[in-house]
Design a binder for this molecule. Structure first.
Ligand SMILES: *Cc1c(COP(=O)(O)O)cnc(C)c1O
Length: 388
């Protein structure tokens, strides 16, 4: 009873889908003062080096990594480094169920995207099925994606790459916190990229990482992110300017200082979400960390109709929600003519996975209000009250 009374009494202000929380000015200040004193602002300065060093402490010193200005640039660097384009194999195979950066990055590296359908249970493309794909002989690259931050186990893709000789780059943009928790499972010889965008949990405002156990791939990335330079000012390979600045490293370092606490707050919010979801009969429809990224709360509607109804109810209640990947990249104007498989599972999945509000400081009353609104849409108001 108490929950519904509280839900009825909370204020009706907008609950935004996302309200990122990055380190305060106070926490940044010591790092900014170091930049002032050193007058080194970019080009692998002391703060970037310290940031990389401290990340390695967290994920293990056998892992190599490169920092970048964004997850998208990290992806481009990993592609240029691990999968240099060859004319006989112009296709980059990837899911349509992803954020548009996955396909745009492949295009910028000269590849033609080809969209694969996903497995409806994992929401991912399946390495076991890909060996028989009709386009496999034209594929120069495969980009498995960690959908909504649901992490991609690395071993199966390393085995696929070994067996076929086709390079693989994993887009794990939203999975960094699970990678921190279990680097063995989620990083292998195949390069993995992560985003440090403000919406992605662990953040430096904008930023990206390439992670791999293969040192030569990471060397290639460092070169690709710095005009093709390595140890001299001569372009040794293709490249761009994708270097992380000292200012972004300052945010990253302050984020590392507070990460234990921020992670704990996200986990506490996820825990309350799960308990309220169970209360409301929504447990089997609800996903949070570690099944999806730490900055995601996902409601899986049973049908496309139910999904529409839920989103209408949320909108009417001033609660933010989003189909994170719309209905798939193949429906974006730019990718309308991109070759692809039949998109049955992708379309059904994309239209049913609803992003709910998530923030490290979301309070229980807000979570109750969000899931009461969802329960109304799913079961009707009568059942929602009865369900108490
Ligand atoms: C966020 C995201 C990216 C892009 O990362 P940025 O740091 O914003 O460039 C790429 N792929 C996926 C799946 C993402 O969610």
């Amino acid at each position: 009873m108490s929950t519904i009374l509280r839900a009825a009494n909370v204020d009706r202000r907008m609950i935004p889908l996302l309200r990122p929380l990055l380190p305060s000015a106070e926490r940044l200040l010591p790092y900014l003062k170091r930049i002032d004193a050193g007058r080194i602002y970019t080009n692998h300065g002391p703060l970037v080096r310290e940031f990389e060093q401290r990340l390695r402490c967290l994920i293990g010193h056998d892992l190599r990594l490169a920092t970048a200005t964004s997850g998208t640039l990290a992806l481009e660097a990993a592609i240029v480094s691990a999968a240099p384009l060859s004319p006989e194999r112009p296709l980059a195979l990837m899911p349509s169920f992803t954020f548009t950066a996955t396909a745009l990055a492949a295009e910028r590296c000269g590849y033609k995207p080809y969209f694969l359908d996903i497995d409806p249970d994992t929401w991912m493309i399946d390495p076991a099925k890909l060996g028989m794909h009709p386009m496999i002989d034209k594929a120069g690259l495969v980009i498995p994606v960690a959908p909504l931050g649901r992490p991609v186990p690395a071993a199966a893709w390393a085995a696929f790459s070994q067996a076929t000789g086709i390079p693989v780059v994993i887009d794990a943009a939203g999975s960094l916190s699970q990678i921190f928790d279990d680097p063995e499972q989620f990083v292998g010889s195949v390069p993995v990229i992560a985003s440090l965008h403000a919406t992605k949990g662990f953040s430096s405002g904008e930023g990206g990482l390439v992670l791999s156990r293969d040192e030569s791939v990471i060397h290639g990335c460092v070169r690709a992110l710095n005009f093709g330079f390595y140890g001299s000012r001569e372009s040794l390979s293709a490249g761009t300017n994708g270097k992380m600045s000292e200012y972004h490293a300052a945010i990253g370092l302050a984020e590392l200082d507070g990460w234990k606490e921020k992670r704990q707050r996200f986990l506490a919010v996820a825990d309350i979400y799960q308990r309220v979801a169970a209360d409301r009969g929504l447990a089997d429809r609800f996903f949070c960390v570690p099944e999806v990224g730490i900055s995601y709360a996902i409601l899986e509607a049973r049908s496309v109709d139910e999904s529409l109804r839920i989103r209408q109810h949320l909108e009417a209640a001033s609660i933010g929600s989003r189909l994170w990947y719309e209905n798939g990249l193949h429906l974006h104007a730019h990718f309308a003519r991109t070759p692809r498989d039949a998109m049955g599972a992708s379309e059904k999945t994309a239209a049913r996975l609803i992003g709910l509000p998530m923030a490290p400081d979301l309070v229980p009353d807000q979570i109750v209000r969000i899931l009461a609104t969802v329960a109304d849409a799913v079961f009707g108001p009568a059942r929602a009250v009865q369900g108490l």
